[in-house]
Design a protein around this ligand. Structure first.
Ligand code: SF4
Length: 423
């Protein structure tokens, strides 16, 4: 940023006190008139602004399954799923989850493998683990009913300020703003707030701003209207659709033509890149899986055996041979080194986490046979958290995160090509 830009930016910085002044911002050209009738006047009071927003919400709101029956449990599940995840993606997960766990008690009593499997593909698996802990807390400490205030809700595992406010306002009618990325963006543009929108100061300023304006009679709708406004009109990373906005006449960014510059975000740091080599080791019947450690990235989930580095075919063959030798034993307890029938490289794959990327080299390793896994042919638990399920069973019952979706897709095709489910 050059000096002039910097100066210009600083002159536009407003603190929370003068943010209030934007309530009296006048829109002289009023181009939103034709598209949104609520823009025909601007009496300059916050109550009227809330009415404009709620009237817009009454006709334009998104139809979402958790809004059909907004119990505290439903709002809670949906809000946790929606963190870092698109609404379109969440809808099916939400329905499947409620199908399996229609209430807090059934969820609290569910085994980890079941709820983890239902979460597969949503990512950020600590969310569902914390949610389960909270369900147990609710059963043990609150008689099976979610507490009704934001401070009490925040005592539950995995419920932070935003989620507590969303549940308290939508399900319990408490007048607390639930400030997520949508509310921050609308706040920044409406008030021309141009400090770092991801900072704690920005969140505090936005919370104070909305707390003064949230109507006592419809707090949940007010929060949801802002969420919808941010998701459908005041869009991120593109031109907002101001002509359709109920707040077009009282928006500072629109008045000053600064929609594209707000909210201000400092340049992102580059993600760290890890090269990983992944092995799909199978005998056309069973596949070798590994359970990750209980802490750290993708904690406790299942993965295809892998190692750091982009291994050449020779190095990968050696690594794989050593791995099989050390992890598989015969029924007599001796190391077993199965014969490798095929060792071939599959297309590379990439997975992006929030702060890092995996660039994956993938090998399919077909072996003649695994050592007998048990007398009754049941899936075996090997040493060091290795498992040998049938391929179909691995895909159906084991929670393998999206980072390994290239391998899963390959195995699904393999099953299809085999023409039967138990390849
Ligand atoms: S007028 Fe435009 S920039 Fe302002 S809040 Fe509405 S959509 Fe966002």
């Amino acid at each position: 940023m050059d000096k002039n830009q910097d100066k210009k930016r600083n002159t536009n910085i407003r603190n929370i006190d003068n943010i209030k002044n934007t309530d009296s911002l006048k829109n002289t050209d009023n181009p939103g008139n034709t598209e949104y009738p609520g823009n025909t006047e601007h009496p300059g009071n916050t109550e009227h602004e809330a009415d404009l927003l709620l009237n817009w919400y009454d006709t334009e709101r998104r139809i979402l399954p958790w809004r059909e029956d907004p119990t505290p449990y439903h709002i809670w599940i949906s809000e946790i799923m929606l963190q870092q995840t698109r609404v379109d993606t969440v809808i099916d997960y939400y329905r499947r989850f409620l199908n399996a766990f229609p209430d807090i008690q059934t969820f609290a009593e569910a085994p980890e493998d079941q709820y983890m499997k239902l979460w597969e593909g949503l990512g950020y698996y600590s969310r569902v683990r914390n949610m389960h802990k909270a369900a147990v807390q609710i059963m043990e400490n609150y008689g099976g009913k979610m507490p009704g205030t934001a401070p009490e809700l925040k005592k539950l595992s995995g419920i932070g300020e935003y989620t507590a406010a969303a549940i308290a306002s939508i399900a319990f009618g408490q007048p607390v703003p639930s400030v997520d990325g949508n509310l921050l963006r609308v706040f920044s543009r409406k008030t021309c707030y141009d400090k770092d929108i991801k900072s704690t100061a920005a969140k505090k300023a936005a919370t104070a701003y909305y707390a003064e304006r949230i109507p006592a009679d419809r707090p949940g709708d007010y929060n949801q209207a802002l969420m919808d406004l941010g998701a459908t009109i005041c869009l991120p990373n593109t031109e907002p659709r101001c002509a359709f906005c109920p707040w077009a006449n009282c928006c500072g960014a629109r008045r000053e033509g600064r929609q594209a510059a707000l909210p201000y975000m400092p340049p992102k740091k580059q993600r760290a890149v890890d090269n990983i080599t992944v092995f799909l080791i199978h005998n056309n019947d069973r596949i070798l899986l590994h359970k990750r450690p209980e802490t750290g990235l993708l904690a406790g989930l299942y993965e295809f055996p892998n190692t750091f580095g982009a291994l050449t075919k020779n190095a990968a063959t050696q690594y794989c041979t050593d791995l099989l030798h050390s992890e598989l034993t015969t029924t007599a307890g001796r190391p077993s080194t199965p014969e490798i029938l095929k060792f071939r490289r599959l297309p590379r794959a990439r997975h992006v986490f929030s702060h890092r990327e995996w660039h994956m080299t993938i090998y399919e390793v077909v072996i003649r046979e695994f050592p007998p896994v048990s007398a009754d042919d049941a899936p075996a638990d090997l040493t060091n958290n290795y498992y040998l399920p049938h391929i179909q069973e691995a895909l159906n019952d084991y929670t393998i995160p999206a980072a390994f979706s290239a391998g899963k897709t390959y195995l699904e095709k393999l099953i299809l090509l085999s023409g039967e489910n138990d390849v």
